[in-house]
Design a protein around this ligand. Structure first.
Ligand SMILES: [Zn+2]
Length: 426
């Protein structure tokens, strides 16, 4: 992997060849990671705690920094370290580490073990290199301290609390009374306890008009699935669903595919995409997998082959933070082949369920607020993106199952208000 990366007129080398070093402004000395026979195996990864360079952990090489002529020579193999985080290489090396939903959890990641899940480590590498170059008199571009994009995303797992006859039977069996059960089952879509979309439409539109950076909203809808975790399976052709899909489009928001629980493993992504496209009469380019599962190379390859250009799955369900080690969108690097693809991965920083569910972070409102502000600040510092995921069913204010944390809606309002107030000059 010898060569030069051109960034304006900066010459960056990745070589240990003493005859070539001085032709570069900055050189990273390869640790041998890419050439190792252990590539793709867990033995290729270091154990924690990791070595650090100016307080920043890295995976390979040493913390030696030297000058050769006017060239800065860095012996920490930051390119290989960045590759591992951006491609989720460690997840490939540890197929035995998966939870009951087949997911690699945050608690197993080197980022979490080294205290860097809430700070984008690869972006810290960039800042460190920029500082080194500035110290040697190089003119380097500086960050604006402004988000490059805010993604307000909503997974529509359960569009309605009341699903026709089944809901009628459920309410009747619960003892709600036949009259109430019938009223719940037959009411208009907007009267349903889980129809909180009006709140999202208004709040997200406010962010679009008030924030000083670009904001976009996406609603991810399912289009299939037969696992117990896909329930309720809703028909995109039902009157209420057609009404909802139309409302989302009419409000000017994007619709993306929420791949069903097993779609990544069973090769159903393309089929589900076509079904959703047929229902909305538009092409689909954005994707998120239900339960944030199946981020394996085979799943991403399916996305590419299906015409999906943007994925929003890359966050951990059990802990909010920067799973890719960055808050910037990155083209997916297949860790098996090292191939750089055209699929763009958008880091998912915060999912509502992650914050309150006791099996995940189990935070109180105040703690969740503080933690979210930390992540917002990190993304802002690095001119990165911020992607939020809030579910319509989690913010229902009416008394029904799923509404165990009424503050989840207040937290969303708080974050949006904060983002609308951010002045990039401060
Ligand atoms: Zn989902």
């Amino acid at each position: 992997m010898k060569g030069t990366v051109s960034q304006t007129s900066l010459k960056v080398g990745y070589t240990a060849d003493p005859d070539r070093i001085e032709q570069y402004d900055i050189v990273f000395v390869p640790s041998g990671f890419f050439a190792s026979d252990a590539y793709g195996k867990k033995e290729s990864l270091p154990t924690s705690p990791l070595p650090k360079i100016e307080g920043i952990p890295f995976l390979f090489g040493s913390d030696l920094i030297e000058k050769k002529g006017s060239t800065i020579v860095i012996h920490a193999d930051l390119p290989a370290s960045a590759f591992c985080f951006l491609s989720r290489y460690e997840e490939l090396c540890h197929p035995e580490l998966r939870d009951e939903h087949g997911r690699f959890n945050a608690r197993w990641s080197l980022l979490t073990k080294n205290g860097f899940l809430a700070k984008p480590l690869v972006d810290a590498y960039t800042a460190f290199i920029r500082k080194l170059l500035q110290e040697t008199g190089r003119q380097m571009p500086t960050n604006q301290g402004k988000l490059s994009k805010l993604w307000l995303t909503h997974d529509v797992d359960v569009p309605f609390y009341c699903q026709g006859f089944r809901s009628f039977a459920r309410e009747a069996l619960k003892g709600s009374g036949l009259k109430k059960a019938l009223r719940l089952a037959l009411q208009k879509a907007e009267a349903d306890p889980y129809y909180t979309f009006r709140y999202f439409f208004d709040t997200d539109s406010r962010a679009i008009s008030l924030c000083t950076f670009p904001v976009e909203g996406i609603y991810f809808f399912k289009a299939g699935g037969n696992s117990i975790h896909d329930k309720p399976v809703y028909s995109l052709e039902s009157k209420r669903m057609r009404h909802l899909l139309y409302a989302v489009q009419n409000e000017g928001f994007q619709i993306g595919l929420h791949g069903s629980y097993s779609s990544g493993k069973t090769g159903k992504i393309s089929k589900e995409k076509k079904l959703l496209e047929k229902a909305i009469k538009e092409n689909i380019y954005s994707f998120r997998q239900h339960f944030l599962r199946a981020c394996e190379p085979s799943c991403f390859t399916q996305l590419e082959n299906s015409g999906i250009t943007d994925d929003f799955t890359m966050g951990y369900a059990d802990m909010a933070g920067f799973r890719l080690g960055t808050c910037r969108p990155v083209r997916w690097i297949n860790p098996s082949s090292g191939h750089l693809t055209s699929l763009l991965l958008h880091p998912l920083a915060i999912m509502d369920t992650t914050l309150f569910q006791t099996s995940y972070m189990g935070l109180s409102f105040d703690k969740a607020k503080d933690y979210c502000l930390q992540l917002v600040e990190q993304a802002r510092l690095h001119d990165g993106e911020l992607c939020l995921l809030w579910h319509n069913s989690n913010i229902s204010v009416q008394a029904c199952p799923g509404n165990q944390r009424p503050w989840i809606r207040d937290l969303y309002t708080f974050i949006i208000d904060h983002l609308c107030d951010i002045d990039p000059r401060n």
